[in-house]
Ligand binder design. Sequence first.
Ligand code: BMA
Length: 386
Amino acid sequence: MNVVATRKLLLFFVVSLFIVLAFRSPSSIENKLNKAGIRLVDAAIDSRVAALYYNLKLLSGKGVLFGHQDALAYGVNWREEKGRSDVRDVCGSHPAVFGWELSKLGRSTVNIDSVNFDRMKKWMKEAYKMGGINTISWHMENFVTGGNSWDKTPSVREILPGGSLHDQYKAELDVFADFVHDLKVGFLFKHHIPLIFRPFHEHTGAWFWWGSEQCTPEEYKTLWRFTVEYLRDEKGLHNLLYAYSTDVFRDEAHYLERYPGDEYVDILGFDDYHDVSVRGDVEELTRRLHIVANLAQRKGKLAALTETGQEAVPTPNWWTDVLLHGITADSTAATISYVMLWRNARSSHHYAPYKGHPCEPNFLEFYRDSYTLFENDLPELYKFPK
Ligand code: BMA
């Protein structure tokens, strides 16, 4: 190659690099978010995560994404079959949101539900490449006893800064950061896949060691803020959206009792099995959705029904008459971004349908409703629209 050709090639690379950097520059992302009134927990968030948030805002009020825990890993009577999910078996499309669980991370090769962590990473990447969204919950082990998250021995105070087990907590977050760090895709320019991280969930309940009777509101808030700051500022993770997710709550004040602050939360959610169970009350679901969605609107944030479901779905027409109706009966409630159903472990413990389940026709009606969005329905979520 002669000198001129070499120079041209070099110039081409420099110009391309400039263009790439200009498009990815944090200031242009910040401008877009500012214009849309969005302030994320992480001011240095990756552009794809920012785009995801922006696009979910655009979709709010137009449709609700459907999610399912462990969808790609297993279903009722099967495990680890490529391309399979119970939801897809029934309606032809995977869910749009994919939930994953990190209990036992760093202690075992598999989580509490026997999902192998290496394969989980693979499925998370697959879900992302399909255009779907990954969300993580974490039934973290009790730091004082080593028991599981249902071991109610108070533990929060010990893991806070200054507490006797603070270093152990940091080590746990280090393991989490390594896991997240591995979730990279791309060929020349590798990037981390966007994630919705939903730690210390259902804290209005008192069944986990971080629950309402196991720590004070101040301790909970301190734990949350420390966790965010450590992951963002010390570990440099910039691909996380943070979801605050209570269990059922009485009113707005109760919902906000342990809220760590707008600077620490991107998505306002809650888990609600209570109102949709056999003896539930769908109007209560709508009322609570309204409270959270209204709060999210006032704060410029997204809202979600982060977990729900009726175990084994015995109620006829549950999908349309309970879940969909509960969400769409009120125009504010209907602005939530997504609803996620819990896992399909076995025929006595599952929340989504599977092939042959009596609720299949009703689920198909739910799927075909223009308000529900599955993987097939998704627009490009990881780029800012033109
Ligand atoms: C619960 C049940 C358990 C599971 C746990 C963590 O709701 O589904 O079987 O181990 O969640 O995923």
